[in-house]
Design a protein around this ligand. Structure first.
Ligand code: NAD
Length: 486
């Protein structure tokens, strides 16, 4: 059985309180190990270590030296790929085929991409005329923002955590990470990699625990934290914003979604089915960018519903290591209870259940796991809770539409604004509709196709700020203007 300790000031440490909690595998409910829960003392120690590293060895390194170390970290993750893969799949239950293509390689890439961005991105300069004719020269300098708290979720644990830690460290900050209580493994393993690569003690710290009255709250309310970057539920984001308001600390928020997919009759049906299959069911529907509302133009509605249901019925549920499996369990029994409550609600609200709607029989070995059926509904009204609330499970509601203006209004009629997928072969329509979507991200004839140089983030209640490419520099650095009178 494993023990997951905090990683503070370059060492793995236990909780002084002795408090620990269980980490269970959602595949079969087996106990993976015990996780130490940080109290105020561990959070204080981690923040102090991060501050000391910022003022000490890390802060004194040149940018080139820091980048060299981060490149080493990326290489070392790839060398220990199998261990990261194993750890991520045990914690989340996701298929190895998925984690080996997305979670782990992108987790490693996050340490390289932002180093390059920082190294190659210029700052502004302006020559100012002055009454004496001599003028003044202004130029911008980027400085690290300081000690950054990173609060991450469980759905893509390594990928989403390094998506913040990579740019934070590239910009010269130090971090204290609080991974989700559901998925402590890869964040802990990264501590070993930091040690092996010679990243100075205190640059990367990890404290384990929960949110309220635990590591999450202690960290976000800590006044020595200069900025907080968060990915998780919108309601949690609101609480963290309130904590950040004390001391006027900066925030970056990547929150929930209720993303629409729009399928026009002029789409390439094969592409639309393949893309919607991924956007609804990948990672057992636990992707913030996932589609939970599908709008299909009426002439192809019946065919689309039939084909999506037939394809989804072919999803192969199985253990992560099963090479044929492409559909794992939800992350925990607790999350399954939440998703199942929406499955029941859909029926109460009058849905026609086209596919699924319950718990599959996985046999004696797996029945303690958090398995759930891929589910498709039609027939709900636009104000149904199932159509408006984020479920974060492998399910979608499909509704017909007749006119372009109608579907734009339907797609936008949500408090969220993260992502949208549009399926059409008419490029003028694609551009026109994309322009009107109230979301931070729009994909046309694709989904989750990510270029790390581009802006990522949500509109409305899906988030605040943008990360990715130069936009990460905006959050992770303080831009200082120097004005020299000539
Ligand atoms: P969550 O909000 O429950 O938890 C996220 C993190 O916040 C965890 O580490 C948790 O321990 C911590 N936390 C909870 N309460 C806290 C508090 N009071 N103070 C400080 N920290 C606290 O989210 P989750 O269930 O782990 O993840 C699923 C959610 O994340 C979904 O809503 C999904 O849409 C969203 N998400 C968004 C993006 C994005 O990029 N926009 C990406 C992935 C997931």
């Amino acid at each position: 059985m494993k023990t997951f300790k905090h990683f503070i000031n370059g060492d793995f440490v236990s909780s002084s309180s002795g408090r620990q909690f269980e980490n269970r595998c959602p595949v079969d409910g087996s106990l993976i190990g015990m996780v130490h829960e940080a109290g105020q003392a561990e959070v204080d120690a981690a923040v102090q270590a991060a501050r000391a590293a910022l003022d000490g060895p890390w802060g004194q390194m040149t940018q080139a030296q820091r980048i060299e170390l981060l490149n080493k970290v990326a290489d070392r993750i790839n060398e220990r790929f199998e261990e990261f893969l194993e750890a991520e799949c045990r914690d989340t239950g996701k298929p190895r085929s998925l984690a080996s293509h997305i979670d782990i390689p992108r987790g490693a890439a996050n340490f390289k991409a932002f180093s390059e961005t920082l190294a190659n991105h210029p700052t502004e300069s302006f020559k100012l005329d002055t009454p004496d004719g001599a003028g003044a020269l202004n130029y911008g300098v980027r400085k690290p923002k300081g000690v950054i708290a990173v609060i991450s979720p469980w759905n893509l644990p390594l990928l989403l955590m390094t998506w913040k830690v990579g740019p934070a460290l590239a910009c010269g900050n130090t971090v204290v990470v609080k991974p989700s209580e559901e998925t402590p493994a890869t964040t802990t393993l990264l501590g070993e990699v930091m040690q092996e690569c010679g990243v100075p003690a205190g640059v990367y710290n990890v404290v384990h625990g929960f949110g309220p009255d635990s590591a999450g709250e202690f960290l976000t309310s800590h006044q020595e934290i200069d900025a907080i970057t968060f990915t998780g539920e919108t309601r949690t984001g609101e609480i963290i914003m309130q904590a950040a308001a004390v001391g006027l600390r900066d925030i970056s928020m990547e929150c929930g979604g209720k993303n629409p997919g729009i399928v026009f009759a002029d789409c390439d049906m094969d592409k639309a089915i393949e893309g919607t299959m991924r956007s609804v069911f990948a990672n057992c529907g636990q992707v913030c960018l996932g589609t939970e509302r599908v709008y299909v133009e009426r002439p192809i509605f019946d065919e689309f519903v039939k084909r999506l249901a037939e394809t989804a019925a072919g999803l192969k549920l199985g253990r992560p290591e099963d090479p044929d499996a492409n559909f794992g369990p939800l992350v925990s029994l607790e999350h399954r209870d939440k998703v199942l409550s929406y499955y029941r609600l859909a029926v109460e609200e009058g849905a026609r259940v086209v596919l699924g709607g319950g718990v599959p029989d996985m046999g004696a070995e797996l029945n303690e796991g958090a398995w759930i059926e891929p589910t498709i509904w039609t027939g709900l009204s636009d104000d149904a809770r199932v159509v408006n609330e984020e479920i974060f499970g492998p399910c979608c509601h499909i509704r017909p539409f007749d006119r372009e203006e109608e579907v734009i209004e339907l797609a936008n009629s949500t408090d969220y604004g993260l992502a949208c997928a549009i399926w059409t072969e008419n490029s003028a329509r694609a551009v026109r509709v994309a322009e009107q979507m109230e979301t931070g991200l729009v994909w046309v004839n694709s989904w989750f196709l990510r270029d790390l140089r581009t802006a990522f983030g949500g509109a409305k209640q899906s988030g605040i700020g943008r990360e990715g490419g130069v936009h990460s520099l905006e959050f992770y650095t303080e831009l200082k203007n120097v004005c020299i009178k000539l």
